[in-house]
Design a protein around this ligand. Sequence first.
Ligand code: SF4
Length: 430
Amino acid sequence: MKIVVITPEFYNYGSMIVAGILKDLGHDVTLQKDFKDPRADIVFISLHSTIHLIKYRREINQIKAFKVLGGPVSTNPQLIFRYLDIDLVVRGEAEDKIDKIIEYLEGKREKTSIPGVAFKEDDEIIATPSTQEDSIEHPLPLIPSDISKENIRGANVYIETHRGCVGNCTFCQVPCFFGRKVRSRSLKSIIEEVKEFMRKGARRIAISGGTGTLYGSRKFKNINEDAFIELLKKVSELTRPINLTIPDIRVDLVTDDILETIARYTNGWIYYGIESGSPKILKKMKKGISVDDVSEAVEMARKHGVKVAGSFIVGYPGEEEEDFQATLELADELMLDDYFVSIAEPIPGTALAEEVKKLPFHENPVYMDSIDGRFKSLAAERAFKFLLDSYVFRSIPVPVTDKLFKSIIDEVKSQEEHIRTVTAMIKGLI
Ligand code: SF4
């Protein structure tokens, strides 16, 4: 069968895995980053952002082949069927369903016997019961020849080392999509995969899985230091430390040995999910960390010479001016090496999305009036103020030129537009 796997904007890791599995099953598979004339019997589409349901609606609906849709957006099939004309939605992880989907298309099984999918029948959405495999091993991904040109936050590719996160953060899709139990791949298969990516031209590799240091963890909130250290050591022997990054780590899941390993075997950066400086908002987010945990983790990283970037969220429902000021004060005190600031996004499937669905507009900072009038909302005004200040209070202050000032405004406006559109989608207004 001729199969095309489509992943818009960048080659997301999941789509390369799906294409690799299909190739392993003996099919003629092409992976493409756009919707250009996908002449095929089956098209697998992997969407990683809610906004894609609207952004690529026309292109997807025009495709004539049998269409299977998956990826992080698939947690809410109702939302997908509202916008897209799709034959089958793969809910959650796809690996264990692909062979069964092909068997169905070859007439060897019923659609209802494929686990964890959804489809429409007489205007009714039917969802089959989900399953989740303990093993997350898979064949080698199908790696495109232009992988070296990819730039996803500085890396050519984010390789998945494990799935699941012990955290339960209300805004995060990881526990909804992969669950809270950590499942890790074998080091052997990760190494083979890294070699294959490098053979195809990838140089800068990020290893991920929600919270990086959970690799190899077997008990709840337990770090397997040996497994994590061995992982970084072996991967960096291939990539060289300068080309290896380990994004997204919880501040309460680091130790001195882990930080020493990060300093030695990676590009020397750590990315902490800090989110807020307000204990009230951290509690609402179910982040499970305190402001003191943040300060301690930053201090520990510095002791090992590791540079620290922090991710923050503003405009979370219930965030009042004093909560925002507490976040700014914490960010200022920490003097990090880099800051990422996002407006709270209600990703379908998360507790935050459920809250935002019911929240009246006048109580949602994404719709509350901005005070200075530069943006439509208070949330955007806060994101702007935070980003602007962050150039001053970072470890090495950066002068805010006209060009930088304009790029901050553009970034915030684009985030604001994005979040308001997603909010309208989940509220069923568009
Ligand atoms: S700790 Fe990170 S990956 Fe885990 S649930 Fe929270 S935000 Fe998500």
